[in-house]
Design a protein around this ligand. Structure first.
Ligand SMILES: Cc1cc2nc3c(=O)[nH]c(=O)nc-3n(C[C@H](O)[C@H](O)[C@H](O)COP(=O)(O)O)c2cc1C
Length: 205
């Protein structure tokens, strides 16, 4: 059972996937560390109406604890600039990291090992320590630059799990579509869930 997970939410469209993933991981009793880029906060406000005060880290913190209905014991919130955090070091690397959604900018910086903030550094640590790193890119169409960067991360051991919902489970709501992608992320980490009906699974049609 995986114990310590880091989730990075960046400024690609689809912050809702990251928030839903955080809820499921917390529900599963897994210790979660959350990192949200400044662009990620902007997109969460824009798309999910989360009302995060991006100029107040204390305000963001309080709002997220309220929204996710947890306290600091269950959920550690890091700031992008906190390069002294334990997860910046291979000696205390987490068990797995997911970047969801992953912007093309963040993908590029991870692919090049830039490590200019805590999220990028933690991803770099995961690759060098050969631990699971799942990137959930969201962009369309992809340019050759995006594709080459994604391939570079995949070749370094990262899992590229694009936010590409399927429709064979007949989603009726935005939540159904979101849950499919989140379920696939949980599958990639070996975390049990019942977020979607599997194709011709026992309870499928
Ligand atoms: C509403 C909104 C939606 C965006 N959607 C995407 C997207 O789907 N994919 C992407 O790569 N960038 C997207 N961007 C642009 C990124 O937010 C921007 O490149 C930012 O610098 C990424 O920074 P980060 O990687 O530090 O989060 C979007 C920006 C906004 C404001």
């Amino acid at each position: 059972m995986m114990l310590r997970l880091v989730l990075g939410i960046t400024g690609a469209s689809g912050g809702i996937y990251g928030i839903r993933l955080a809820q499921e991981v917390l529900r599963a009793g897994i210790h979660l560390s959350l990192l949200i880029s400044r662009a990620g906060l902007l997109v969460l406000n824009e798309e999910c109406g989360m009302d995060l005060d991006i100029d107040s880290s204390a305000g963001v913190r309080q709002r997220l604890y309220e929204y996710l209905d947890v306290d600091a014991e269950r959920l550690v919130l890091y700031e992008e600039s906190d390069l002294l955090a334990p997860i910046a070091s291979g000696s205390s690397a987490p068990d797995a990291m997911v970047v969801c959604p992953a912007s093309m900018g963040t993908v590029a910086r991870i692919a090049c090992g830039v490590s200019s903030n805590l999220l990028e550094r933690c991803a770099d640590v995961m690759l060098k320590e050969r631990r699971p790193l799942v990137l959930v890119p969201r962009e369309t169409p992809f340019s050759p630059i995006h594709l080459e960067n994604l391939l570079r991360v995949a070749r370094a051991g990262g899992i590229i799990l694009p936010a590409m919902p399927a429709f064979y489970h007949h989603p009726a709501t935005v939540d159904d579509i979101t849950d499919f992608v989140v379920g696939k992320i949980l599958d990639s980490l070996g975390i049990d869930h019942s977020l979607f009906r599997r194709w011709r699974g026992e309870d499928g049609d």
